[in-house]
Design a protein around this ligand. Sequence first.
Ligand SMILES: O=C(O)c1ccccc1NCC(=O)[C@H](O)[C@H](O)COP(=O)(O)O
Length: 213
Amino acid sequence: MTHRTRIKICGLTREADLDAAVEAGADAIGLVLYERSPRYVSVERAAELARRLPAFVTPVCLFVNAAPALIEEALQAIPNALLQFHGDETPEACALPRRPFLRAARVSPGVDLLDFARQYPHAQGLLLDAHVEGYGGGGKVFDWSLIPPALPAPVVLSGGLSAANVTDGVLRVRPWAVDVSSGVEVAKGIKDAALMHRFCEAVRAADAQLAAL
Ligand SMILES: O=C(O)c1ccccc1NCC(=O)[C@H](O)[C@H](O)COP(=O)(O)O
């Protein structure tokens, strides 16, 4: 069976970039509903962008320690959104909306990822990111050897990925999916179509190598 590594492109703020991400092959589009992020979009803006997505491309609404009211407002505006919790959210906070979610873990040598993952048994994916200031979107690669072999949730490899390193990341980690923001940008929140295409091609190259094993 040929595994197709799913691709999430995060931090979209412009229609043209969203359309280019879809055309490049993104399976999911991340919309950052965290006001301190340079990639922040309001719920209204996120809904405008999400309405452009064709079938089978998932809008991901990303939160950092958000109030339940904001999450509920986003779900009203984007009913098919996959939630992503990227702050210090407890298992109870992640479960409260009773909706599918990704749980981000900010990886560093002191973090017990197995214990962390076991606290979120209902997560649809565990997004493994580098530990950066500002919670995420830092463009920093973490030590992939810190990832335990058998986490109890589908792994979304994230953190400083680009066309230059994602093939290696897929071959070494064999994640369910990969996630990128900085690595396909010319400025924070401003994506580059060529970089997105090259990123997706590099993921497909890894999948082809794995299929040939
Ligand atoms: O993207 C942001 O600005 C951001 C801000 C605060 C929390 C999370 C954020 N992004 C979350 C993502 O899923 C990013 O894609 C992930 O952190 C990887 O970013 P990058 O290393 O720049 O590819």
